[in-house]
Design a protein around this ligand. Structure first.
Ligand SMILES: [Zn+2]
Length: 412
């Protein structure tokens, strides 16, 4: 694999207090503004691992050298919430929605999420894996080095396993660090009202077959109840499976409190979270993952990120990429929306899409900051000020992208 050095860069290390600390946990509140900037420095990598991060020029240079010309060098982005494994498309539905038809009537006619479930159940593992790998490559070219991908369009056990198998296969074909989450609690299929309980009963098997994979559910009036989600989490806790929850997207029904009580790693969405839930979150270790792209696509109120950070919560931001409510692969756009509509500072948005996103996935010892010994995932922006990343929208993509020590896109 060899050696690669990025020199003459504004190095945004994402290390807390500019220190060499690697394992300091998610950044809460005011600490989300800490970027650990080295004004003029370099990053050296060998065999896929970071070997030096320091100011000035390296003493000696060998292998490939990128002169950043004062541009920003920072950790590759981390998208900690996507639904990129799916079959079929939702363009007819989108056209009908734009023409004024309600989502409820589309859903009642077997459309919406159930059309994706139907197409995904029909698809082969090979097709799902190939399509996912193609999408992941597009994310890589936007500078996303680690990606979480959820199942959840199977909603029966063989189809959920098929999706997790496809995600594992796609991970072998792409340059990124890919992590799977089993979103068995995404919805209750019309053909099986007992599915949430059946999913809970399969978690022991999940832990055996896919060690390290997290579970996830959608706690909402139109999806799973708090009690159904709790049953899934109790099982998951028993088998040491990490727990995540889609909650408070449209209604606040107690999902945040239940998730905190069950030691969830993250609660995701939170557009409808009330002050009590935000206060509880701020006192907990559970990370809030905001998904502003779906608000942009659907309309409605954005999550109150400013209030969460001011009260001391740890917040991450993700694309929520999916074929229905967030048809985008652009984490940078999600960062922009977090600043524009959720009250983040540009620095907080950077932390939310790197270090805190790594913590949401439990991979902060491997990625999420530029530290010696970590995976050599780094990007060089076109810009010389990191605030540009959350300021601009619709690009530009990074100038250079290095994943696992390998330059994957050099347009210059
Ligand atoms: Zn989601």
């Amino acid at each position: 694999m060899g050696m690669l050095s990025i020199i003459n860069a504004r190095v945004v290390t994402m290390r807390a207090h500019g220190s060499a600390h690697t394992h300091t946990g998610a950044r809460h509140g005011a600490a989300m503004n800490e970027l650990g900037v080295i004004e003029s420095g370099h990053v050296c990598m060998r065999d896929g691992v970071i070997t030096a991060v320091a100011s000035g020029r390296p003493n000696s240079l060998a292998g490939e050298v990128i002169d950043a010309g004062g541009r920003v060098c920072m950790p590759a982005l981390i998208d900690c919430h996507t639904h990129l494994c799916f079959a079929g498309d939702r363009w007819n539905e989108w056209e009908q929605l734009r023409a004024g038809r309600s989502y409820e009537s589309i859903l009642a006619a077997g459309g919406g999420i159930m059309s994706t479930v139907g197409a995904t159940r029909q698809a082969s593992v090979a097709t799902l894996a190939q399509d996912l790998a193609d999408r992941l490559r597009m994310l890589a070219y936007l500078g996303v080095g680690s990606v979480e991908v959820k199942s959840g369009y199977g909603l029966d056990w063989p189809s959920e396993i098929k999706m997790l198998t496809a995600i594992a296969q796609a991970a072998q074909q792409t340059p990124q660090h890919v992590l799977a989450t089993c979103l068995g609690g995404h919805a209750i299929p019309a053909d099986n009202a007992a599915w949430p309980e059946q999913f809970a009963a399969h978690i022991a098997e999940l832990a055996r077959q896919f060690p390290g994979v997290a579970v996830d559910a959608f706690c909402e009036r139109s999806a799973l109840s708090v009690e159904q989600c709790r049953q899934i989490f109790v099982q998951a806790k028993k088998f040491n499976v990490p727990r995540r929850l889609h909650t408070d997207q449209f209604n606040s029904i107690g999902g945040v409190e239940m998730a905190i009580e069950c030691g969830a790693t993250t609660v995701d969405h939170l557009e409808a979270a009330n002050e009590n839930s935000i206060a509880a979150l701020a006192k907990s270790k559970t990370i809030a993952v905001l998904l502003p792209c779906s608000v942009y696509a659907l309309g409605g109120s954005y999550a109150r990120g400013r209030s969460m950070i001011d009260q001391g919560a740890a917040v991450a931001v993700a694309s929520n990429a999916n074929p229905g409510s967030a048809p985008t692969i652009d984490l940078r756009f999600a960062m922009h929306l977090a600043v524009r509509h959720c009250g983040f500072s540009p620095s907080e948005a950077l932390t939310a899409a790197t270090w805190n996103a790594a913590c949401a996935l439990g991979i902060e010892t491997q990625v999420g900051s530029l530290n010696v010994g970590k995976r050599a995932d780094a990007i060089v922006l076109e810009e010389r000020d990191e605030r540009a990343l959350a300021h601009g929208f619709s690009g530009p993509p990074p100038r250079h992208i290095v994943l696992a020590g390998k330059l994957i896109n050099d347009r210059h």
